[in-house]
Design a protein around this ligand. Sequence first.
Ligand SMILES: *Cc1c(COP(=O)(O)O)cnc(C)c1O
Length: 487
Amino acid sequence: MSYRQARYDEPLIFELIGENDFCLMSEDEVNVPESMRRETLCLPDLSEREVVRHYVNLSQMNFGVDNGIYPLGSCTMKYNPKYADLLSSLPTVRSVHPCQDEDSLQGALQLMFELEKCLCAISGMDAVTLQPAAGAHGEFTGMLLTKAYHSANNQQRDEVIVPDSAHGTNPASAAMAGYTVVEVPSGPDGCVDLEALKASLSERTAAVMVTNPNTLGLFEKDIGTLAEMVHEAGALLYYDGANLNAIMGMTTPGMMDFDIVHFNLHKTFATPHGGGGPGAGPVGVRKFLEPFLPVPRIVSEEGKYALEFDRIDSIGKVRSLYGNFAVLVRAYAYILAKGGDGLKEVSQKAVLNSNYLKSRVAGTYEMPFAELRKHEFVISARRLAKEKGIHATDIAKALLDRGFMAPTIYFPSLVEEALMIEPTETESKETLDKYAQALLDIANGDPEDIKSAPHNTAVGRVDEVYAAKELILSWRIYQRKNGKGSL
Ligand SMILES: *Cc1c(COP(=O)(O)O)cnc(C)c1O
């Protein structure tokens, strides 16, 4: 099979200085004031044409869902339809300011109010706040709600239980909220070990955080029993909603007896994400937790929408103003465009695609735990590592050579040499077949070639340890490190 390859090695814009042959007019000729000259502002002396080509070339070195399949497990990198972008960039959306008078914000408030209702229906919760800016921020908000709830009931609970398959943000959020994190192991079936959970639950447990389906792509089949155990201990059950793309219209966290849920609107509801944002991590709760939700709450009375700040039990604000509005608009547009049946189809297809791709590679790669997965699956390169010295990281790099984005690797940490693949519902069978073929080619390929991959990308293997220890994040730092000037 031949792969589409592009190789660009665009230098930094500052390194282009000197190649300039096309300046229409010098700054002297147009009398640019001293303070605005390129030299003063440290701007490279380049023509418009050179600047345009530089940035277009840079964009060609990038890879995203608009280029091809991006099956990064847990991240739900689906194709984001352009109508959602278009609607969120309408002048009426872009120019609205959160400090405007409420009367002039009625449309925006109505949209947010309606979105809260949609998210309630999708999750089976009773109330939603749209404030948190990302999933992890939603988790942190959930932990603050947990704290407020227990303290309102005069309970001193200082532990939060997290399974070993959880995303790293779960223990981090609990710790940031001041809780001690207790890890419970997974059983031989890849689900939470109920015996171990039982042993960890006590009057100190404030909450248990569960992802379902979990990060192995397995549905926690004993979730009913698990919820009962947690509630019997007087703790709250928190739902990490990053994997909502697997269950919409099939079941809800509410039906599974969860008390608090976060949504990753940027994952499930089609906002382009990656590189740190933008995102939105609304949080849904059951009725008894509603008084603690952040202020302001959006309320509606006689057809008029208002922001209510005066709520005595509220945990307060978790961010400035009301949320990432442009992301909320995209999510609302996407939910309305899909409708209930459409969202159900999204999840069914995400699960089907995942299981199809899995079945194509399961014979060649090891499949820890049960075969049937939800919207993502985890394979292991352990055998390949032992027999041919090909590790998960080599496979990831070799996929880049073949024009594909790598999956998530070395997560969840309970699987050795893990590759975590989430194809999402927006990929065609043809694309899945090509991806599967690439994975099979790599497993059967020349080990030396795979271990030295990538060969076809602009940047080869980077020294990750050096990169993490020496933070050279800009051209100026780079210059300084190399003893060039005092910029
Ligand atoms: C992405 C993810 C999170 C964190 O969400 P962000 O929106 O990236 O902050 C938490 N848990 C799981 C399982 C995830 O995949």
